[in-house]
Structures are given as C-alpha cells and as structure tokens.
Design a protein around this ligand. Structure first.
Ligand code: F6R
Length: 364
C-alpha cells in the first residue's frame, strides 16, 4: 500500500535512500564490485573495446549518464541508442563489443529486440534490470539487478536512481577486471556511493521548500530544462518527468545549445529550470542563466548549498548538498522529481497513472 503517502509516486521518491543501499548491498565487497550474474570470462571482459547501451525513455537517460561515467573513468567508447532506433538501423556490433540493455521491467519490446540483435552479432549482452526473471534478464549473458523493488507509479523514479547506481557498480567491475581502475580510485568511488543515501535523505527533508517553489510552474504552458556534461541527461529526465505527470510541455537541452534556438521560446509563460550545481562547467551554465534572465525569463536553479551568487540571477533556488560531479546525477534528479510531482498535484493530475501511458511497453 501507499504507506501513508498520497500517491505511490511520492512513496517511491521517498524510498530512494533505501533503494540506493539495496542496490549496493551484496555487490560491493571490500574494494571490489561483485556481480555474480555476469557470465563473461576474464578474457572476454579484457577484450571489450567498445560498449553499446540500448534502452527507452527514462532508462535511456540512465544510459546517457552511464556513457559519461564509463568514458570518463574507463576511457572505453560508449554509444547510446534508443532501442527502437537501434533495432532497425542494422547496428555495427563487433564480437568483442559489449551491449548493455537497461530496462526496469525487462520486458520492453524494443529493448528486448535490441538484445536479440546484439546476440545475432555474436557480441555479449548484459542487462541492467529491475524485475527478476524477466525476459531480458533470462536471455542476456548476465544481469545487474537493480533491486529497487516493485515500482507502481507509471513515471519511473526509484528505478532510475537504482539504474544509475548499478551503472557505477558496473563501471567499478569493468574497471577492475580490465585493470583500468586502481584500488585508490575504486575506493574513492565506493566511498562516494556510500554517501548517497544520506545526501538523498537531506534533499527529501526540504520537500516542503521544493513544493513551494513548484509554484513557478503555475499557469505556464512550456518549460526548458538545461544541464551540461554528465547532467545533460538529468535535464532530459527532469523534462520527461514534468511532461509525463503534469502535462506541462517541457524540453531538456544541453545548456550550451540554448542560444542555438530554444532561447527563442523563453518568456513569462516558459521558465527555465537550470541544473547549476558545482562542476567543471559551472561558470558556463551560469552565463546561460544570465542570458535567459536578460531576456526576461524566469529561472529556477538547482544549485550547491552555499552558492549565494546564483540566487542573484535566479527567481528561485533549490539548494542541495555538494558532491563530486561524477555522482551528482543521482542527487540532482531528486529535486526535479519532487518538482514534477507537486506541479502535477497542483494541476489535479492522476500522478500515479498519467493518461495514455503504460508501465510496461511490450508492443513496438
Ligand atoms: C518514464 C517511463 C518510461 C520507461 C520506458 C522504459 O517515467 O517510465 O519512459 O522508462 O518505457 O521502460 P523499461 O525501463 O521498463 O524498459
């Protein structure tokens, strides 16, 4: 049941600290990631020189974050493709490539077809899957289970966060097996992963503050989310969440693309939601915000606690704790989920079951 929450979606948002711990549990031993379900030999793992990630919707956004993670940490090139495109493009897959399918349900028709396409090429394929025994997990050469528990809200929240955690674990695993990540770096990653449940808890404590700030979306017809680098996908995910559950039109953009078109949409009825937490490209995002403000646009910024300057160029700021940019997607998505939730509640939408959507898309 809903455990005292008004909707499953809100309950699932609140379960996220526990879900992160659950995803980590049993998969980290000492300084190593252990994934028993992966059946690739040491040699097959060593031979991987390229990775493909294939997924749909929110799971696709997790893949985009995973690409940054793996390319930065392991320097292995990663191609990310929406499953419905991948399956029909006659994809170039070498036998030594690794294909990663990301799916909460493990049943999404296009993602399953992507897996079969990969196997036809003779490449190894592993799933990042929430539902045990699902079709993709049965057909893959191994599965990293995300252990998020049953997700009832149609809009994915806790499953997304668990997919990100599973991707960090997979990065650690490949990094060790392929002799790319030394013990010091692995330890650093594990320490940060262990900090995440507490940090997410801290953000959940400011739920009322975020709820109040959701009023920036009252009466708007459209909105633009921006992020950069590893948080570009979080801008996409924030926009998807908002449109799915509140029916407010929203687009996610790479912050640097704003002036190449979308800034034309900015006006009183189209606010900017900016992810401007501490990062290597923080100053760039800040100037993008200034450009929007100079054109009379309203801005809600997600920023790092202590950043007083950002308040001068934003209408509203949601402050969240500081963490290394590499792990920031996990925490940056939380205020955006809460924002979408309250924007939807304010509009009287059936949050758990938005119109026209199904939890599992088993037809093309
Ligand atoms: C968004 C959402 C969908 C799913 C997509 C993939 O909130 O729920 O976009 O993420 O249909 O589903 P899975 O992960 O089950 O393959």
């Amino acid at each position: 049941e809903k455990g005292g929450y008004e909707h499953f979606t809100l309950k699932e948002i609140h379960e996220q600290p526990a879900v992160i711990s659950e995803t980590l549990k049993g998969k980290i031993k000492g300084d190593s990631a252990i994934i028993d379900e992966i059946t690739l030999t040491e040699e097959e793992l060593k031979n991987i020189t390229k990775i493909h990630m294939v997924a749909c919707g929110t799971s696709y956004h997790a893949a985009l974050v995973g690409k940054y993670m793996i390319e930065q940490e392991l320097r292995i090139p990663v191609e990310v493709e929406v499953a419905s495109e991948f399956r029909y493009k006659n994809p170039i897959i070498a036998k030594t490539d690794l294909v990663i399918l990301i799916s909460q349900s493990g049943e999404t028709a296009d993602t399953l077809a992507g897996l079969r396409e990969a196997k036809k090429s003779g490449a190894k394929a592993i799933g990042i899957i929430n539902v045990m025994g699902s079709t993709i997990s049965r057909e893959a050469d191994g599965t990293v289970y995300t252990n998020a528990g049953l997700e009832i809200g149609v809009a994915s929240t806790k499953a997304f966060v668990s997919q990100l955690v599973a991707l960090y674990i997979l990065t650690l695993y490949l990094g060790e097996k392929k002799d790319i990540l030394g013990v010091e770096r692995r330890r650093y990653i594990i320490e940060n992963l262990r900090k995440l449940p507490n940090i997410v808890d801290k953000i959940l404590e400011i739920e009322d503050d975020i709820k109040e700030k959701a009023s920036i979306l009252d009466g708007v017809v459209s909105s633009i989310f921006i992020g950069r680098n590893i948080n570009t996908a979080i801008a996409y995910e924030g926009a998807l969440k908002l449109k799915e559950i509140s029916y407010i039109h929203a687009e996610g953009y790479q912050s640097g693309e704003l002036k190449h078109g979308p800034i034309a949409l900015i006006n009183e009825e189209c606010p900017l939601i900016a992810i401007a937490t501490k990062s290597d490209t923080y100053d760039k995002v800040k100037s993008n915000i200034e450009e929007v403000r100079a054109r009379g646009g309203k801005v809600l910024t997600v920023a790092t606690v202590g950043d007083v300057e950002i308040a001068e160029i934003s209408d509203e700021v949601i402050y969240i704790p500081e963490i290394d940019e590499l792990f920031s997607p996990v925490i940056n998505v939380i205020p955006l989920q809460i924002l979408s939730y309250y924007a939807a509640v304010n509009r009287g939408v059936d949050v758990d079951k938005p119109r026209n959507l199904a939890k599992s898309v088993t037809v093309e």
